[in-house]
Design a protein around this ligand. Sequence first.
Ligand code: GLA
Length: 495
Amino acid sequence: MYGVRPGRIFLYRIPCQGERPITFSADGLPEGLELDATTGIITGKTPETKEEFEVTFKARNAFGETTRPFRIVVGDTIALTPPTGWNSWGGHMITVTDDIIRQAVDVFVERGLADVGFQYIGIDDCWMRVSQEMYDNLPQRIEDGKINPHIFEKHEGFDYKSNGIIGPIRDNNGNILPNANFPDMKALTGYIHSHGLKAGIYSAPSTTTCQGWAASGGHEMADAKQFSAWGFDLLKYDFCRAGDKRMLMSRIPGFTAKDFWLPMANYIRAQDRDILFNLCQYGRGEPWTWAPSIGIQSWRIGGDLNHNVSHYFNQALRMAGPLREYSKPGHWNDPDFIYIHRIRDADRMAEPSKEIPLGTNERYQYVTLWSIVCAPFFFSCDIENIDDFTIGLLSNADVLNINQDALAHVAEVVKDADNQVIMVKKLADGSKVVALFNRDETKEAVVEMDWDMVGLSSKQNVYDVWRQKDIGVYDSGIAVKLSPNGIGLFKVGFE
Ligand code: GLA
């Protein structure tokens, strides 16, 4: 399912695993859209009027043929399913470059992530510049409380000068300038788009970003236009150093949290391309209650998981519990990325990336949880060094399909006791996904579930989602022996 506004640029790469060459075809595409039969990439412009199109994709290779239904909804709502992709922050932080972003594209295409439906490649903080004045005045700005004094400790070992970071932050027309690591933004988004993928950019409503680099405060209109002209499809907009500004604005009678974000949200929506808006205010001010009303597609529900990667389970339980009613097509709670494999230390950003402190089972838990609670399915890691295990973990098409299911039902917790959690997500085809977790970190456990706990009875076919195989018919429920932190993910309730 895919939402797009009327009269907009359309770009979609049909996700399809299997040996290439594959020949693609699509029945029922709206006029104005064209499919490249070899790449499976659909491009064009959507109709000017609101309408839904039931499309059938077909893919054929030397081994056979398969079809899938796909719905294109031309209307006001975009991000009908949770956005999917990779973001530069966890793995690269201040060292992100054009080259790294291109490598991410190559990993998506060559190692199969694009084939299961990962779409967005997001540049996070640190693509912009730091002005000479800002740089020279840093000691003063730290003293004035305008810059976090720890920034230099965090950036120690990173040479601003030789990395081409220092310089005018805007041109004579007020347009924001990328640093020397991003020589040509338009060429970069062009590279991303030529592979059928989407491009993400980052900024903040203050004068500097979280790392103290130039941001959009006071230049919202110019920057929204620039991001669109460069060809970006997603903006992550971070709160960072905007506290003072918001305090000031809160003196305006009737001012609310939502008013603070409104200018950028409006300018982004006013562009002639669809740009998703990902709000990053760490869950402060309950964005889930107001962000959808100003056209924001997703909002962070908490702080950075990379600092506290072990919090992933709690965030998923919040998503499945008190926040579950706020995730719906077009508007998603965002618990932060799946920080996976190798990431950088947010306190020592110039140092090489390191393995995250999570065991194999915990990594399965993390990905499973993000899938079943309809989290934006974004991962973040050192893309230059991503290993085969992580590629395999992320490219189970059934897990992606559960996350992208059209019903957008956020899993419900049916058991949370004795170190065991059972969660159930309903799918659009009437079946159910059951996730069984052993949260004991040292002991194995048998986790049992009767069909009546999920409103089913008698004999049920059971499909093991991670192993991608049918495991038989079960009479009254299932009992699974799980290792410490182990997880079982099953589909039930289908013919
Ligand atoms: C904040 C955000 C992170 C990342 C950094 C970049 O901490 O929450 O996701 O974007 O800023 O500086």
